[in-house]
Design a protein around this ligand. Structure first.
Ligand SMILES: Cc1cc2nc3c(=O)[nH]c(=O)nc-3n(C[C@H](O)[C@H](O)[C@H](O)COP(=O)(O)OP(=O)(O)OC[C@H]3O[C@@H](n4cnc5c(N)ncnc54)[C@H](O)[C@@H]3O)c2cc1C
Ligand code: FES
Length: 348
């Protein structure tokens, strides 16, 4: 399928009892396309039991390092269970090139203090950011607050320890464990917004940090953003792996929704489809373009983004687009319903 590339797995390494790291071999001809910035992610695709499954995984290596993601197995999780139990070195997986804008624009001349907050598998993009910043910006510092259940659950522990050994004075890591006693009461318990507030009081004055990057469960990430903003932080970036679907919209009176003609530009070709305005744009476009990109369908991964060239839409939810993208007409097609009779959009 256009957009996806079959990449061979150079290595599959166990990280914890329920997480693996997948390292892809990138052929010379695709090296440029698969270059990634810190905090970016890949969308992987497979077919299981006749179902097309697509899931997004953040690259967990520094820019310039191996193309590597880490997958944590979820109870009942279709893709993560397959990846953690079936994939082996030498297998091929379909992969979209890196995407996403969660991560700083690193530069050797910058002198910043970065605050990183992660829980569980949320460490993946955060590790990429920390490792890249420490390698590229010699005057910058990183403080990481990282929550897990026990020390055994800490994904990428070895990579974090190596990073700490290489940059002992510029990297500070605070491990918070919810099911394991630690010498400090503050570090023993769930990393939730309340505990985060206490940790900031004790160790990390908010004013000492220039940029914040948060990745973890919905409650932690949204609560932490609220807390940091209330304490005066102005540069707070979030990455969500999963969000509950918003409550269903009340149905419009029958026959009042109307129809929209959608023209979708993708891979240099325009396709037209007529849709009901209560439908999602992505569902309509997929009827005529099976190559339309998507993964989560939940407004978190951003894979389905497109720019509106004519007409307008309303989105149910958005956890993937930053205000500057919204200002230039970028929308998530999996969350968009048209509000005009004609809608022309270009996939990005
Ligand atoms: C931008 C982005 C980056 C991501 N990076 C990573 C990463 O680096 N490592 C990683 O392991 N995962 C990552 N994810 C999550 C990943 O894409 C999948 O959602 C996850 O692996 C579950 O897929 P599954 O098919 O196993 O579960 P599914 O079969 O899709 O779901 C099983 C059940 O779990 C719920 N669920 C699905 N995802 C989550 C979740 N993340 N947290 C809690 N409940 C969930 C579902 O609602 C369902 O009830 C990322 C997601 C996004 C959007
Ligand atoms: S498919 Fe993930 S945001 Fe639309």
């Amino acid at each position: 399928m256009e957009g996806f590339h079959r990449l061979r797995l150079a290595a599959v390494d166990g990280l914890t009892d329920d997480a693996v790291a997948l390292t892809f071999a990138v052929p010379d001809g695709l090296r440029q396309l698969f270059r990634f910035r810190p905090g970016q992610h890949l969308t992987l695709r497979t077919e299981l039991g006749g179902e097309d499954l697509r899931r997004t995984y953040s690259v967990c290596a520094p820019t310039g390092g191996p193309l590597r993601v880490a997958v944590k197995r979820l109870d009942g999780g279709a893709f993560s269970t397959w990846a953690c139990t079936q994939l082996q070195a030498g297998d091929e997986v379909e992969v979209l090139p890196p995407a996403g804008r969660f991560g700083p624009a690193v530069a050797a001349s910058r002198r910043r203090r970065y605050g990183l907050v992660a829980a569980g598998s949320g460490i993946t993009p955060v590790l990429s950011i920390a490792a890249t910043v420490l390698a590229v910006e010699p005057a910058s510092e990183v403080v990481l607050l990282y929550g897990n259940r026990t020390a055994r659950d800490v994904m990428l522990l070895e990579e974090l320890s190596d990073l700490k050994d290489r940059h002992p004075t510029r990297l500070q890591v605070l491990h918070v464990l919810s099911r394991e006693e630690q010498p400090s009461e503050l570090l023993s318990g769930r990393l939730d917004p309340h505990r985060l507030g206490r940790l900031l009081d004790a160790f990390v004055p908010v004013a000492s940090v220039d940029e914040w990057y948060l990745c973890g469960p919905f409650g932690l990430v949204t609560g932490a953003r609220e807390l940091l903003t209330a304490r005066g932080a102005s540069s707070v970036h979030v990455e969500l792996f999963h969000a509950e679907a918003p409550p269903p919209r009340p149905p419009r009176p029958q026959g009042t929704a109307g129809e929209t003609t959608v023209v979708a530009e993708l891979h240099g070709r325009a396709s037209t489809v007529t849709m009901d305005r209560d439908e999602k744009v992505l569902d309509a476009v997929l009827r005529v373009r099976v190559d339309a990109p998507y993964a989560c369908r939940g407004g978190v991964c951003g894979t389905c983004r497109a720019r509106v060239l004519e007409g307008a839409v309303e989105m149910d939810t958005n956890w993937a687009l930053e205000p500057d993208e919204l200002a230039t007409g970028v929308v998530l097609t999996c969350q968009s319903r048209p509000t005009t009779g004609v809608l022309r959009l270009a996939y990005l």
